[in-house]
Design a protein around this ligand. Structure first.
Ligand code: ATP
Length: 314
């Protein structure tokens, strides 16, 4: 029975790994599936990002007939953090896609340190911005490759020392060293399968190695367990500390320290301010969202407690 059972369960794991890779590949294609209408300018100016200030000035955009963003204006001053929250479909991801110039705005403009992103090479633009997505794309290759990828496409020649340094700062070096093949461990395929938290750390290491002035975070909707989540938050804070940061947030608790929070609804910014400013207005959309999340987390906490055998013993 054991002999039969082991290969079957092994197959199950193996199959899931393959399936997951397909999903990652799809996500990657989606991310790099550039519409052909976005072209490099004939006489591009070199993008200079000494500070990393982002400005959306009256940006309107639609994929088809329906307007997706309506006169969206905001600034992310150099080194600060702006968080975008809002219901599903409100246009949060679209803001990131436009910043990456996957599409061109239909009116208004997007500027980085005063330069319209339409006037620079798309390669230059993407080199200036790091992304930690909801679900990190891992290539079916070594961990070393997956971290170096952050810069490999641009300047190449990433040294092992740089990879280790980035992994160390993302607090995943020790974990990698615990694998038999260490940095040569293949992810995805037969080799080690990384957990959600570990994958995010690889993405953080990748971004640290790329060392961009601007970082975009798309917070994962499915929460990691509380301890992992807290540790990751620490690494994310270290990464975003002195970088201009634009974050799409699903849990308000992770953005209470943002310099500005934008509330997006049906493609419009309906409220903006710091957490304490927004929360002090009990009529605000933000206040409602905050109260709802608070209630949800309290329900969850009491649920967790009731499931905890020790708590039940006590
Ligand atoms: P979520 O929190 O669910 O990720 P979001 O706020 O990020 O949502 P967007 O992904 O920016 O929302 O989508 C905004 C609107 O644009 C939605 O109505 C969506 O259906 C639409 N949309 C997004 N991508 C496309 C596309 N490629 N073609 C047509 N419509 C799209």
């Amino acid at each position: 029975i054991t002999q039969l059972y082991v290969p079957l369960s092994w197959f199950g794991t193996y199959y899931r790994v393959i399936q997951k890779n397909f999903i990652d590949m799809e996500k990657l294609l989606e991310l790099f599936d550039e519409p052909i209408e976005v072209k490099d300018p004939e006489n591009p100016i070199p993008l200079r990002v000494p500070k990393g200030e982002i400005e959306f000035d009256n940006v309107s955009f639609s994929y088809d007939r329906q307007p997706t963003l309506k006169s969206v204006s905001f600034k992310v001053p150099a080194g600060s953090t702006v968080a975008i929250v809002g219901p599903s479909g409100s246009g949060k991801s679209t803001i990131l896609r436009l910043l990456f110039r996957f599409y061109d705005v239909q009116s208004g403009s997007i500027k980085i340190d005063g330069q319209d992103i339409r006037s620079v090479l798309q390669n230059d633009l993407r080199r200036a911005i790091g992304v930690v997505p909801q679900d990190t794309v891992l290539f079916n290759d070594s961990i070393r490759y997956n971290i170096a990828y952050g810069r490999a496409g641009y300047s190449g020649g990433v040294t092992m020392g740089e990879v280790i340094d980035a992994a160390d700062r993302a607090h995943i070096h020790d974990r990698i060293m615990s694998f038999t093949d260490q940095y040569e461990t293949r992810v995805g395929e037969r080799g080690q399968r990384l957990s959600g938290g570990e994958k995010q750390r690889v993405a953080i290491a990748r971004t640290l190695l790329k060392d961009p002035r601007i970082v975009c975070l798309d917070e994962a909707t499915s929460a990691l367990d509380t301890t992992t989540e807290r540790n990751i938050q620490t690494s994310l804070r270290e990464m975003t500390n002195d970088r201009t940061t634009l974050i799409i947030a699903h849990r308000l608790s992770t953005i209470v320290h943002a310099d500005v929070i934008l509330i997006l609804k049906n493609g419009e910014i309906v409220e903006r301010g710091t957490h304490s400013e927004l929360i002090s207005n009990t009529d605000s959309v933000y206040y409602d969202m905050w109260m709802k999340q608070l209630a949800d987390s309290q329900n969850k906490a009491s649920f967790d407690l009731s499931m905890d055998p020790e708590a039940m013993d006590g």
